[in-house]
Design a protein. Structure first.
Length: 153
């Protein structure tokens, strides 16, 4: 549904954004952490991002953040974190919406929404996920950038 990472340490926002949700006990996510933020600039302006699982929020709802803002502390709780595109209301992963194929926590994986987010992370310098070259499931809803080439310069 998104991109998973293991380890511990600070988690930063991808860019200029406003925090729309920050809780340490989000139901349905291992470790309980759930943070969403809406990007306020760049090619994905207006889209929501989530960070979930094994994170403790360090931000408050309504707070304006940048790419240098630590939004959470990731701890080694056994599940790692997951980050990706969130639903417009920030309630869950975008892949769960019908327009994205309705792919939930049981898969199949990877999702087209998750692969699109992984492409964004790669453009920002993050190594590709192990399943990056796999065929995606579901669909990428309208309005999502499909090329992140402008971020590579």
């Amino acid at each position: 549904m998104g991109v998973d990472f293991a380890g511990s340490g600070p988690v930063y926002a991808l860019g200029n954004a406003v925090i729309t949700n920050a809780t340490g006990d989000g139901a349905g996510w291992p470790g309980g952490g759930w943070i969403t933020y809406q990007l306020t600039s760049g090619p994905a302006k207006g889209l929501q991002v989530y960070v979930a699982e094994d994170v403790t929020p360090t931000v408050q709802v309504g707070q304006h953040v940048t790419s240098s803002t630590v939004i959470a502390d990731m701890y080694n709780g056994g599940d790692g974190i997951e980050t990706g595109w969130a639903m417009p209301d920030g309630s869950s992963a975008e892949s769960q919406l019908a327009v994205a194929g309705g792919v939930g926590g049981d898969g199949p994986f990877p999702t087209d929404v998750g692969l699109n987010f992984d492409t964004l992370l790669i453009a920002l310098g993050v190594p590709a996920a192990p399943n990056y070259a796999a065929t995606g499931y579901g669909t990428l809803p309208a309005g999502y950038p499909t090329s992140w080439a402008s971020l590579r310069s």
